[in-house]
Ligand binder design. Structure first.
Ligand code: NAP
Ligand code: ZN
Length: 346
């Protein structure tokens, strides 16, 4: 067993505190990684606070992990000690179902095994990246290029792939009109990636204060959504809407912004079920879709795309003891645009 230092939630209502636990001994196909940086995703808050009703405690959150390989099992072929490596939102899947066979491990028919708040095949709870090390099956570990700022790469492992995957799935190309709803961790990556793919990008935000940042991120237009009147000018305008909103909001307001055959992809997971106006959908053959992170092969492809296009997250690097404050700030939409924990502070 491998003793591991971490920060954990012990229940849904108290702050995260220091915690230590044992990770499994290295299996033959495992890679052990010393964690250097871990991004802070809003999914961490949803799960720490049991907002999805499926939380297992104690919980060590964190699924935007980058670090350096410190040990490898004797069947590992793709990594060696000293390599940079990343672990994202999941660490195992059945490997044989139709989804896994297509490289869509996130849609594994037996249920993908999350990096935390999940259970390994043997029933052991998984523990995430707010910790000093992680042990992960080689086939779920990502290669990270050497010359990049690792604190800015970490968020690609969730925010990056979660926005890249639907942009690719809906075949975003030059001139497509893409709207990004919510300018937080996912939203700001959606802007950078859609711009890199040649789209004309509009940010739809509740925060007037984020306008300048949105344009600096590469967005072409910015609209404050607090007043529904402002949305009227975008009616039947977008090919694709990437919805990253983490809290309850009116989807119908945004659906009406899609042109014929346009799609709104839900990425954000507010705990409350939304109400949908069917008229809104049928009146322009609009589509409402969802998307969950991305498979391992697509994540590696995204990392290459980001390295080629110099796309990285805009981050505020924090010490681990700032984590509860960071959560508070994210709940007030005060995130610019991803908090990333420097694990040397653990
Ligand atoms: P985040 O950094 O906290 O950003 C969320 C943004 O949503 C806020 O900054 C805010 O942007 C906007 N927002 C918040 N409350 C709102 C409201 N009531 N109405 C309208 N807009 C609101 O969160 P994140 O880490 O990007 O995650 C966003 C969501 O995606 C979370 O629900 C998370 O669980 C989910 N997620 C899903 C996947 C997936 O695979 N589908 C993966 C990762 C995360 P403005 O200030 O611009 O309005
Ligand atoms: Zn995430």
């Amino acid at each position: 067993m491998t003793s591991t230092k971490a920060w954990a939630a012990q229940d849904a209502s108290t702050p995260l505190t220091p915690y230590s636990f044992e990770r499994r001994a290295l299996n033959a196909d495992d890679v052990q990684i010393e964690i250097l940086f871990c991004g802070v995703c809003h999914s961490d808050i949803h799960q720490v606070r049991n907002e999805w009703g499926n939380s297992i405690y104690p919980m060590v959150p964190g699924h935007e992990i980058v670090g350096r390989v410190t040990s490898v099992g004797n069947k590992v072929t793709n990594f060696k000690i000293g390599d940079l490596a990343g672990v994202g939102c999941f660490v195992d899947s059945c490997g044989t179902c139709p989804s896994c066979s297509e490289g869509l491990e996130q849609y594994c028919e037996s249920g993908v095994i999350g990096s935390y708040n999940s259970k390994e095949k043997d029933g052991t709870p998984t523990m995430g990246g707010y910790s000093d090390k992680v042990i992960c099956k080689e086939s779920f570990v990502l290669k990270i290029a050497d010359h990049l700022d690792l604190s800015r790469v970490a968020p690609l492992l969730c925010a990056g792939i979660t926005t890249y995957s639907p942009l690719r799935q809906w075949n975003v190309k030059k001139g497509d009109k893409v709207g990004v709803i919510g300018l937080g961790g996912l939203g700001h990556m959606a802007v950078k990636l859609a711009v890199a793919m040649g789209a004309e990008v509009t940010v739809l935000s509740t925060s007037k204060s984020k306008e300048e940042d949105a344009l600096n991120l590469g967005a072409h237009r910015f609209t404050v959504t607090k007043d529904p009147e402002h949305l009227k000018e975008h009616r039947s305008y977008f090919n694709l809407l990437i919805n990253t909103v983490s809290a309850k909001h009116d989807l119908n307001l945004y659906l009406s912004l899609l042109k014929v055959d346009g799609t709104m992809v839900l990425l954000g997971v507010p705990p409350e079920a939304p109400e949908i106006s069917v008229f809104n959908l049928i009146s322009r053959r609009r589509r409402l879709a969802g998307s969950l992170v991305g498979g391992i092969a697509e994540t590696q492809e995204m990392l290459v795309f980001c390295a080629e296009h110099n796309v990285m997250a805009d981050v505020e690097v924090i010490p681990i003891n700032y984590i509860n404050k960071a959560y508070e700030r994210m709940m007030k939409n005060d995130v610019h645009y991803r908090f990333v924990i420097d694990m040397a502070t653990l």
